[in-house]
Design a protein around this ligand. Sequence first.
Ligand code: MN3
Length: 294
Amino acid sequence: MILRIDRLLTALPENKHPDANAAAAVQELLGGKYGEMSTLMNYTFQSFNFRGRDQLRPYYDLIANIAAEEYGHIELVSYAINLCLTGASKRGTDPTTAPLEEIKNSRNSYHWIAAGQAALPCDSQGNWWNGSYVTATGNLKMDLLFNFHLECGARANKMRAYESTSNPTARAMIGFLLVRGGVHIVAYAKALEKLTGVNVGKLLPIPDLSNKKFPEARVHEEKGLHRILYQFSPEDYKGAGAVWSGNHPEDGQPLTYQHLPADFGAKVPDLEPEPQLTAPLDPDTMKDLLNKMK
Ligand code: MN3
């Protein structure tokens, strides 16, 4: 089971310049083939379906523990999308002013037709996420190899989404996830190495571009976040530390497995209402309700 903490993994700047097309590009990192929904569901199913768990405990613990972190990644990407969409159409309660006229030129119309200017489980083209993105073959070597490839594909997409926008909210989210996704790449490389003896870390980085080129990733690497695997449970999944050990393949520094500090991350942003979409309610209905709740 999962325990939930009402905090965001990292602080995101709240945009002064709403950017519906940046939100559309960032959707790839949420509901695309290589997006965070795919990593979450891959590792979740692989952990549920793991045979021989007690004999291969460190590998099970690694996959199950990373699955838990991925929940926080879908949350972080969703908030980046939501902050880019906040204020992206004209606020007001008079439909005759066509408050959505400008946002209709944005690339993903589901953001304001199917949602209240908010994230959806789809990719950058509006294709819905689907279960065929999940690979859980039951063979540990094949699944770990797939996970390594999935994280490298996710890294490529993050870099391209970063290059598509100078939006500070999108870039802050991508910088943090380049570092944390980088931890997962190294974790699966280490798992394959310990299973087979092949030096998978020698392949890195994939793609051939260092995280150090991205200022929003560099700030987190300077704090050592690329060398820490967090234990997402008070007591369980201890065995992951047997895989996440040794040195980082890129900078040679030691890897550590530790609990997520209680004050990790940031307060979850409060998303402002968008009255032209009656999200969350018509303003008068909301005012009446708040008075009644006092
Ligand atoms: Mn991730």
